[in-house]
Design a protein around this ligand. Structure first.
Ligand SMILES: NC(=O)C1=CN([C@@H]2O[C@H](COP(=O)(O)OP(=O)(O)OC[C@H]3O[C@@H](n4cnc5c(N)ncnc54)[C@H](O)[C@@H]3O)[C@@H](O)[C@H]2O)C=CC1
Ligand SMILES: O=C([O-])CC(=O)C(=O)O
Length: 278
């Protein structure tokens, strides 16, 4: 028998860690930034934090203006609001950094979406955030159109109050003793009406490929200890239903506690963690 000489061992591919800049040191950003700084996402390190409030020494990395962050980071995480995506998304991608977006509601603007998808060399990504099943909906869409897509979001009334609401609606929400439908519309309309509370509608729209095809109902419920999102979709090839109930963040109850962990999961995938469910 002839011995087969072993080929020289190939060292595992080593990649430089992703240098992450985090925009927004709020309910999402604090959890994401703290975990990154503690080394909990192998292959990614927190390089800086951008926020329009002075953070003092609250963050575990230097607070920088966005322009400086873009010279030291190759991945920017937006956890600040839809306005940041609108104002800076293209600038970030053009500077060569990848961009992971939490405020998907900004993407109901087709012109902005087209500009972000065309911009580069940085690449744009979206986190699934508070809603599940988006991967499967995106896969199912390849089989044929999804004809009936609905999202029902139920939250505590105070998290849904908006400056455009009239006294009658605010009174109805504040005095509700059970669930009250606050607004119904398409996933193009709703995220602009509740910019901090219904990005999930835009995320579902991104998955099914059409914000006008997703019908959304926003419900205020004074008994909603958990924020609830129910996504239902059907097509010629099957039907789908995903329901999630999340504890809200204690200080920012518009945001569910799970959202920063969804962002961390997205970051792990972008950092190349093996074994991820994609
Ligand atoms: N995709 C999803 O499922 C979800 C998305 N979101 C999005 O994430 C955003 C952030 O959520 P939270 O952390 O709960 O909000 P938050 O209000 O707790 O924190 C936002 C942080 O961003 C900072 N900020 C605001 N505007 C800024 C600007 N122009 N430049 C720099 N910093 C700025 C604020 O000072 C604050 O520190 C929400 O506004 C919402 O659009 C929130 C929850 C779920
Ligand atoms: O955190 C949630 O449950 C959803 C949310 O705020 C959003 O979609 O903007």
């Amino acid at each position: 028998m002839t011995a087969v000489s072993a080929a020289p061992a190939t060292p595992p591919a080593t990649r430089a860690p992703r240098r992450v800049g985090l925009i927004g040191w709020g309910a999402i950003g604090r959890v994401v930034g703290t975990a990154l700084a503690a080394g909990e996402v192998p292959g990614a390190e927190l390089t800086c934090v951008v926020d329009n409030r002075p953070l003092g020494d609250a963050a575990p990395a230097p607070q920088l203006p966005l322009e400086s962050a873009l010279t030291s980071c190759d991945l920017i995480v937006e956890a600040a609001g839809q306005g940041v995506v609108r104002a800076h998304g293209e600038e970030i991608l053009t500077a060569g950094a990848d961009l992971l977006i939490a405020s998907t509601g900004a993407l109901t603007d087709d012109a902005l979406t087209a500009r972000l998808r065309a911009a580069g060399p940085g690449r744009v990504y979206f986190t699934g955030g508070a809603v599940g099943g988006l991967d499967l909906l995106q896969a199912a869409r390849a089989l044929g159109p999804l004809t009936e897509v609905t999202l029902t979001t139920t939250k505590l009334p105070a998290t849904l109050e908006q400056p455009w609401m009239d006294e009658e609606l605010l009174h109805r929400m504040r005095t509700a003793t059970g669930p009250v439908e606050v607004l119904r519309g398409s996933a193009r309309e709703i995220p602009a009406k509740f910019p901090r509370s219904t990005n999930v509608a835009a995320s579902v729209a991104l998955a099914v490929g059409d914000p006008d095809a997703v019908r959304v109902s926003v419900v205020a419920d004074p008994a909603a200890r958990h924020t609830r999102h129910v996504v239902e979709a059907s097509g010629g090839h099957g039907s789908y239903r995903f329901e999630v109930r999340h504890l809200p963040d204690a200080d920012t109850p518009a945001t569910s506690q799970v959202v920063p962990y969804a962002v961390l999961r997205s970051l792990a995938a972008l950092a190349g963690r093996p074994g991820m469910i994609l």
